[in-house]
Design a protein around this ligand. Structure first.
Ligand SMILES: *[C@@H]1O[C@H](CO)[C@@H](O)[C@H](O)[C@H]1NC(C)=O
Ligand SMILES: *[C@@H]1O[C@H](CO)[C@@H](O)[C@H](O)[C@H]1NC(C)=O
Ligand SMILES: *[C@@H]1O[C@H](CO)[C@@H](O)[C@H](O)[C@H]1NC(C)=O
Ligand SMILES: *[C@@H]1O[C@H](CO)[C@@H](O)[C@H](O)[C@H]1NC(C)=O
Length: 417
């Protein structure tokens, strides 16, 4: 999850995939392109994010801001693993996935970091072990009848510098080939496991790299080569061909990927689009209009690649505590360094777990935002909301939305026109 500006991830699947995937669909695989994807992310589970589970961070020194520093904190203490194993074993349960199915979802997206997949050097303090829980989650999805997209959310050196990549700081991933090679090694572990026939009806896609953030043409080139190299390596080792390979648009916009990995490739491209500093100042109706205005953009992209929005939120602000990083404030109330909105909003009225403190019309706006966005994204190939649950930021929680009614059951029911 991009916390800096609240992202919408979009999956692009090349049209060339249509034939082979459609044939698979008739054998019982997930019907890419024939039914909209309606999903939710299992955020804050196998990759820690301070704003999703502040309780894991708030009893630690201020320098513990991401999974790297979290590991550094625990590595030299007794009971190194007890807290994180408790978290892995409890943040999601089998009953959560059954509930996701019950409310009409068909897909879950599960983020994982490279540190859970390949050997680490002694200078990397991460605590490995999450891969076993990924397999458990996939198993629960299989039993519930949900499809799974697995997503490499953190790469060596960090591909975006956000805490949700495991490492908050400089984006060192782009600096050298060792990082790209190790990322491919991590992806190979995923593909070796999940391309086995037993997962064929469940694990439908592997995301190569979440939200890489290149800032120069050289870095874009480095990324494009990585995506092509990954594709070739992963296709070479697949025992079954049911996995769709997904790439992220990397803040370049959908048109930048229109001609990329189309000819000669079976499947996928993932991309990003976002609401940003500017849409924060939009009023409720204006932001809904802005979503609607994207319809043609998504439809156009969906003609050459299946396009889904891999992350979105109905939340209107960045108020959720630590959304922009531990101990950082929000743009909405001008408490994020150097940010100046023309109005300072009151964050207490837009987030938190006690919705009785919210502005009276905010719940209705969340309902309209969810309905509008899911409608727009279904004009392409579907959507995956960020995220299923949070400890306190109810505005970002699908399960809170269902409980309080701003998300309908079933989730695809349109109740507001
Ligand atoms: C490549 O990046 C890693 C950090 O991810 C670093 O440890 C290593 O020294 C870098 N190698 C070169 C040649 O810059
Ligand atoms: C949406 O598009 C309409 C028509 O082009 C335009 O007038 C309006 O300003 C746009 N609104 C936003 C919020 O982008
Ligand atoms: C958005 O605001 C943040 C915080 O003030 C700032 O760091 C960033 O550069 C801004 N981005 C744009 C695109 O204006
Ligand atoms: C959709 O919502 C409406 C209004 O709340 C309700 O009457 C209807 O039964 C719902 N549809 C389904 C399929 O549940």
């Amino acid at each position: 999850m991009l916390i800096a500006s609240s992202s919408l991830g979009i999956l692009l699947l090349s049209a060339a995939a249509a034939t082979s995937v459609a044939r698979q669909a008739s054998q019982g695989y997930f019907q890419w392109g024939s039914a909209p994807i309606r999903g939710v992310n299992l955020g804050g589970w196998l990759v820690l994010e301070p704003w999703i589970t502040p309780s894991i961070f708030e009893d630690k020194p201020d320098w513990v801001v991401d999974e790297w520093t979290y590991g550094a904190y625990w590595r030299d203490r007794r009971d190194t693993y007890s807290e994180i194993r408790t978290h892995w074993g409890s943040w999601f349960k089998q009953s959560d996935l059954q509930e996701m199915k019950r409310v009409g979802l068909n897909t879950v997206r599960i983020p994982i970091g490279y540190w859970s997949l390949i050997p680490l050097s002694t200078s990397e303090p991460y605590l490995p072990g999450a891969f076993d829980y990924l397999k458990l989650g996939v198993n629960w999805a299989q039993q519930a009848g949900l499809s799974v997209m697995i997503d490499l959310h953190g790469a060596p050196g960090s591909q975006n510098g956000f805490d949700n990549s495991g490492f908050r700081g400089p984006r060192e991933w782009f600096w050298n080939q060792t990082n790209a090679d190790r990322s491919i090694s991590a992806l190979k572990v995923l593909v070796a496991e999940f391309s086995q026939a037993g997962y064929a009806n469940t694990v439908t896609a592997i995301g190569l790299l979440n939200e890489p953030f290149p800032v120069s043409p050289d870095q874009v080139g480095f990324l494009r080569k990585f995506l092509q190299d990954s594709y070739a390596s992963l296709r070479a080792i697949q025992t079954q061909k049911h996995l769709v390979i997904v790439i992220d648009s990397a803040y370049q916009g959908l048109p930048a990927w229109q001609d990329f990995m189309v000819q000669g490739y079976y499947d996928g491209v993932e991309t990003d689009c976002r609401f940003n500093n500017y849409t924060l100042v939009y009023g409720y109706n204006q932001v809904l209009q802005w979503f609607c205005n994207q319809t043609d953009y998504f439809r156009a992209s969906d003609k050459t690649h299946w396009t889904i929005i891999g992350e979105f939120t109905p939340a209107h602000t960045d108020c959720a505590r630590w959304l922009n990083g531990r101990c950082r404030g929000a743009r909405w109330d001008n408490s994020l360094n150097g940010h100046r909105l023309t109005f300072p909003g009151d964050c207490k009225k837009k987030t938190g777990s006690d919705i009785s403190r919210w502005d009276g019309d905010y719940v209705e706006h969340l309902a309209r935002s969810f309905e509008t966005q899911t409608y727009v994204y279904e004009q392409a190939s579907g959507w995956i909301m960020w995220t299923w649950k949070t400890e306190e930021a109810a505005d970002w929680s699908m399960s809170a939305g269902i409980t309080y009614g701003w998300i309908p059951t079933p989730v695809w029911n349109k109740t507001r026109g």
